[in-house]
Ligand binder design. Structure first.
Ligand SMILES: Nc1ncnc2c1ncn2[C@@H]1O[C@H](COP(=O)(O)OP(=O)(O)OP(=O)(O)O)[C@@H](O)[C@H]1O
Length: 258
């Protein structure tokens, strides 16, 4: 790993209401290198989404800091693209308009240029020919492809994905995993990816952080040294199963400690 795109140091996140304080994240350290694919894996409630929201700039740390290319994150920015489980497309806009909408505030580009870029990224996610279709006319997988194109269109250094395939059926989910690997290679961005799914995390990642809950902590960090480019066959390999065993044992041990 040459350069660190993202560095989180001693991050603590507390949620407070009038009666009590809840410690959601405790002393989190994390890095994402340039062109690196990193996943956050862990039980429900361990703070994966909270951490991603902090990196997205949608919420603030209670202690510690998060640096993107050495600059502290304080608010959302065009250096980060975000894809959530819910596609949140605008229903009255065509696919290409949904993508171009992300460039709305960019005054350096003409309308025509924005349209060309939208078409280009829709092609990259396999939606050539569907530019003029409305979200309601698309399957969940297609809508998520539009959401990915929208996150990529302003060429962010870092793509943040929070359970992006959680709402999709198993077959579509597999197709989307391969799509993300292809797009990640072509767009040359870095990715921080949240998932519950152990196989998905291993298949996609260069590195996996396994988190534990109550409070959310980093429990284990695993380098995934599987050959690239990857295809589904790798999931049957001895090495893949070795990583899977290591992660499942870690998650199981956490349950025993509770
Ligand atoms: N705005 C908030 N106010 C109070 N508590 C919150 C808030 N957001 C998250 N939490 C709490 O912080 C903890 C971590 O939540 P978070 O959604 O980040 O977990 P997660 O690992 O992403 O869970 P899941 O895998 O189920 O999506 C949970 O106990 C949650 O209830």
């Amino acid at each position: 790993m040459a350069v660190s795109e993202l560095v989180a140091q001693n991050v603590v996140k507390e949620f407070r209401d009038k009666k009590k304080t809840f410690l959601a994240l405790d002393q989190i350290d994390l890095t994402v290198g340039e062109h690196e694919f990193v996943s956050l894996l862990g039980p429900s409630g361990c703070g994966k989404s909270t951490l991603l929201r902090l990196v997205a700039g949608l919420d603030k740390v209670s202690e510690g800091k998060i640096l993107l290319r050495d600059k502290e994150i304080s608010k959302p920015g065009r250096d980060r693209g975000v894809v959530f489980q819910q596609y949140s497309l605008l229903p009255w806009m065509h696919a290409w308009e949904n993508v171009a909408f992300a460039l709305k505030k960019d005054r350096t580009k003409t309308k025509q240029k924005k349209k060309e870029l939208a078409y280009h990224f829709l092609e990259l996610v396999g939606l050539k020919g569907f530019e003029d279709v409305y979200p309601s006319q698309m399957s969940g997988g297609m809508q998520q492809r539009v959401a990915i194109a929208r996150a990529l269109v302003y060429k962010p250094n870092l793509l943040l994905m929070d359970e992006p395939f959680g709402a999709l059926d198993a077959q579509t989910r597999k197709e989307m995993q391969d799509l993300v690997l292809k797009v990640f290679t072509e767009a040359r961005s870095s990715v921080l990816f949240v998932t519950h799914d152990v196989d998905e995390a291993i298949y996609l990642s260069d590195r996996v952080y396994v988190m534990s809950a109550k409070p959310g902590r980093m429990a284990k960090e695993i380098n995934i040294e599987l050959p690239k480019p990857r295809d589904w066959n790798v999931q049957l390999s001895e090495n893949f199963l070795k990583y899977k065993r290591e992660i499942l044992v870690e998650l199981q041990n956490q349950k025993k400690l509770k």
